[in-house]
Design a protein around this ligand. Sequence first.
Ligand SMILES: C[S@@+](CC[C@H](N)C(=O)[O-])C[C@H]1O[C@@H](n2cnc3c(N)ncnc32)[C@H](O)[C@@H]1O
Length: 375
Amino acid sequence: MGKDINEKPFDDGTKLKLEIFQTCFKEWFPVLVHNHETREIFIADLLAGSGTDPDGLPGSPLLIIEEICRQKERCCKQLVTYNKIVNVYLNEIDEQKTKQLRHNVQQHLVSCKDKCGYTNCPIHVHYRSKDVDKIMRNNRFRNYMSDSHRAKFIILDQYGFKHVDEEVFKSLISYPKTDFIFFIASSFVRRFAKSEVVKKYFHSHKINFDEKRPKECHRIIVDYYKTLIPSDKDYFIHGFTIKKESNYWGLVFGTSHMYGMEKFLNTCWNIDKDSGESNCNINDDFPEDSLLRWNIESNKINQIKEDIEKGILNREIKNSVEGLSLTLHLGGLPRFFQETVKKLSEEGKIQIDPPSAKLSKGKVHRMEKYSIIVK
Ligand SMILES: C[S@@+](CC[C@H](N)C(=O)[O-])C[C@H]1O[C@@H](n2cnc3c(N)ncnc32)[C@H](O)[C@@H]1O
């Protein structure tokens, strides 16, 4: 935990984490640029590091800047025409690293601006060297985050587990138009669950780790965070477990929007075709010494489809919107829902209304609204 991530070449686990940050941001950014209600886009990497590893591989802050520059053809015209701005806020407590970060980012921005026809660049980058805990508990930050005309994307790439406790998590889910992703060293929480240091940040008596299945520890932590969501709030959380040697780390993504969750799940299922949630065969879809699968469809897909089927036949799911919402909460892709509806319909167990509604397009914004009638 004490090592400096920017001093050694990024390992495979870190590269995977960065790939997920990048893809997630890449999907998120243009949607918000083209959203008519958004006047400002705020992107905060609150534990930013210096920007690269010793080989020059970009870390999260540079990936954000690179992605914005890469999308400028699509996005800057829109931003300038509609007078929108993008504020990128990069915070790193170590002043030397902040200096290095500023240097690294400026190099990218200079070459981006050189190739650009706009004199009034809509991208503003701000650098800070503050303690992230103080930032997140500061009233000015809280007020800023509470403005619903501002779309916000927060990255918290911590070393351990201390920066996202109950208070911080509850504020993150309370801010309007805010999506977030954070990293957590789940193996440490599991290993030291009974220690005072973990108990200070987590109600660890509410977290039941299965000693025989360490690979599930991140999933269990994600479930713990889900319990912190007020029961009257519809909020989507999904986690991704990253195995590094014998330890399990992970990402937690949160959004209040189905569309946001669909995009994140697409990223995860593109990486892990079996469960959309790990790089470590988390649901035992194949024996550890072989790549041959036990089942044609993975355990997770079977489980999600079973849960959807149950929900429909119990009449808890009465239409496509409710079905889609359940599917995303279960960590599944929209097509899992459509395939289940199709199957039940072919088996004569349900009827959809209107009968002409198409079941083929498994995408949130293209899905037709229809009712489901159990026969
Ligand atoms: C895991 S690294 C971030 C790596 C970065 N995301 C990347 O991809 O290169 C975490 C960073 O947080 C910084 N940090 C540690 N404690 C902090 C605090 N309390 N407030 C702000 N930054 C902190 C560390 O110096 C370190 O550079």
